[in-house]
Write a new protein. Structure first.
Length: 243
């Protein structure tokens, strides 16, 4: 005897599920830091660390890694579906699946900090740029270069997609990069001037992480809506056989 479990991913419902988690994490983070800043109770630091959006390897960072990994899996699913249809675009989707798999690993294991240290060492040795101000977090430099190259490579591909899909993909990238690059650069300058415990720095990195997470939510919705439009509902099935 066997039983079948099916999970159908609806674009709106799935995106709403992720959005609720983002809002909940942001609210918990804001409450914890507000209480900490208001009371100055250092004993709260350990508790705050579990929900602080600026700390790695805690609940928010694990969620972000999972959400980005979901994007990677959706890109991979698109590559498989388009190959089965005999279309010419599976390698583009597969490339994006690889990019987002790396980003998920980066979020989980903080790979960009190691790259930032190497960049800072190179900049100091060569004297090309001053690692300060908006470039206080030096990982911004190599990631900005790679993002620009990726954008140029995929520009024509994105424009060939249906108008709604192309617009939403570009919008999700703008939201994500505004947080990941824009507000991170502002946060770096604030951290250099006034340290990591200023109220302004806290507000900046909260906005940064909130934008990043919402950019990923919009991307998940966009990919599921495109899959639904082109191939029908995305459904996962699991068959459980009883002995």
């Amino acid at each position: 005897m066997s039983s079948m479990f099916q999970l159908q991913l609806h674009p709106r419902k799935t995106a709403l599920f992720f959005l609720v988690i983002v809002i909940l994490l942001t609210v918990l983070h804001s409450i914890a830091l507000t209480v900490l800043l208001a009371t100055g109770n250092q004993e709260l630091l350990d508790i705050t660390g579990y929900v602080d959006l600026d700390i790695e390897k805690n609940i928010p960072s694990l969620y972000s890694a999972f959400a980005i990994l979901c994007c990677s899996l959706l890109f991979f699913a698109l590559a498989v579906l388009e190959k089965r249809q005999g279309r010419q675009r599976p390698l583009y989707w597969l490339g994006l699946a690889g990019v987002f798999f790396f980003l998920a690993l980066d979020e989980a294991f903080v790979l960009h900090e190691g790259l930032g240290d190497l960049t800072e060492e190179y900049m100091q040795r060569t004297g090309i740029l001053q690692v300060s101000g908006l470039l206080y977090f030096p990982w911004i430099i190599p990631y900005s270069i790679l993002t620009t190259l990726l954008g140029l490579f995929y520009f024509r591909f994105i424009l060939r997609l249906p108008r709604k899909t192309a617009v939403l993909l570009i919008l999700s990238a703008i939201i994500f990069l505004t947080g990941a690059a824009g507000f991170d650069m502002l946060g770096g300058r604030e951290a250099e001037l006034h340290g990591y415990y200023s109220v302004t720095y806290t507000v900046l990195y909260t906005i940064e992480e909130f934008l990043e997470m919402n950019g990923i939510v919009l991307l998940i919705y966009t990919l599921l809506a495109y899959i639904e439009q082109q191939f029908g509902h995305l459904c996962f099935s699991l068959e459980v056989r009883e002995p």
